[in-house]
Design a protein around this ligand. Structure first.
Ligand code: NAI
Length: 331
């Protein structure tokens, strides 16, 4: 049998936390043959609720679950973890300035970076979910210099999955037959959901989404805004933000990263830019990636038209601004 892997979930008493911990314990994230030990972190005001989640995890008697730690101590939480899913953060409250929210999250991610750097397993894979996800991941990277930059990522898989879902609904095909959409850039409303290389498998053949949808007007406008604003639409409907889909996407992200993407399929991940596609190095930017043996690599050589170029640059510009705002909070 495999030795258990330790998985940290921060913000584990929150909405996404409650949805993701049973998924992890059922093998959705690391596979049905991989035992896990869960490390759940939250802050003092949520300690009692966190303990309630721990009680339920015990009561669920998951066969793969070999231990549960519930703690408000960041050092204990990070000790020896192989995977870190960073969901905890400071939410934007009504009337708050962007800078104030940024400042709170910068200090959280700075502190948690140091704890991970000192106490996590050397090859720990980190996924930042909490918003502003790209910039929180960048801060984490900056303050954990001994963690390889390839190991620090942020979640845009939810946006990717939303794009697959919209195409699937529009064409009335199973979502599993749609692939290779791309989310470029920031996990925010400036993200660019790109279908120029996406395909649908019909009667055993892969066809371009552009050919099957045949309504460029819809693809270039409504499709894009629907994906960009899906988070807000969920809040409006549910009065709470996406949680089950976010938890599912976080599991998809780690699973594909660790176990590999299927041949001929790529996914979107927020990763440290190496300058691919003319995106400034030093940003955490969402790219199309394939994964093999625990490593991701950016898909190269995709043709970028003028429409895409402008949208890819606009979201990069927003990330540059977020980065300088984050740095101004450090001083
Ligand atoms: P939530 O408010 O229900 O839960 C957040 C939890 O984090 C709370 O239990 C809170 O006590 C905890 N927390 C706050 N500061 C912490 C700290 N320093 N250390 C550990 N825990 C801390 O929020 P929800 O709905 O679970 O969302 C979590 C985050 O994920 C939010 O920032 C949200 O904006 C983001 N999000 C990102 C998505 C993405 O696709 N990247 C999708 C959906 C949400």
């Amino acid at each position: 049998a495999n030795a258990p892997l330790r998985v940290l979930v921060t913000g584990a008493a929150g909405q996404i936390g409650y949805a993701i911990v049973p998924m992890i314990a059922r093998g959705v994230m690391l596979g049905p043959d991989q035992p896990v030990i869960l490390h759940m972190l939250d802050i003092e005001p949520a300690a009692e609720a966190l303990n309630g989640v721990k009680m339920e995890m015990i009561d669920a008697a998951f066969p793969l679950l070999k231990g549960v730690i519930a703690t408000t101590d960041v050092v204990e939480a990070c000790m020896g973890v192989n995977v870190a899913v960073m969901v905890g953060g400071f939410p934007r409250k009504e009337g708050m300035e962007r800078k104030d929210v940024m400042s709170k999250n910068v200090s959280i991610y700075k502190a948690q970076a140091s704890a991970l750097e000192k106490h996590a397993a050397a090859d720990c894979k980190v996924l930042v979910v909490a918003n502003p996800a790209n910039t929180n991941a960048l801060i984490l990277k900056e303050f954990a210099p001994s963690i390889p930059e390839k190991n620090i990522t942020c979640l845009t898989r939810l946006d990717h999955n939303r794009a697959l879902g919209q195409i699937s609904e529009r064409l009335d095909v199973p979502v599993s037959d749609v692939k290779n959409v791309i989310i470029w850039g920031n996990h925010s409303s400036t993200q660019y959901p790109d279908v120029n290389h996406a395909t649908v498998t019909t009667s055993g053949r892969e066809k371009p989404v552009r050919e099957l949808v045949a309504d460029d007007q819809w693809l270039n406008t409504e499709f894009i805004t629907t994906v960009q604003q899906r988070g807000a639409a969920i809040i409006k409907a549910r009065k709470m933000s996406s949680a089950l889909s976010a938890a599912g996407a976080a599991c998809d992200h780690i699973r594909d990263w660790v176990l590999g993407t299927p041949k001929g399929t790529w996914v979107s991940m927020g990763v440290y830019s190496d300058g691919s596609y003319g995106i400034q190095p030093g940003l955490i930017y969402s790219f199309p990636v394939t994964c093999e043996k625990g490593n991701w690599s950016i898909v190269q050589g995709l043709k970028i038209d003028e429409f895409s170029r402008a949208k890819m640059d606009a979201t990069a510009k927003e990330l540059t601004e977020e980065k300088s705002l984050a740095y101004s909070c450090l001083n």
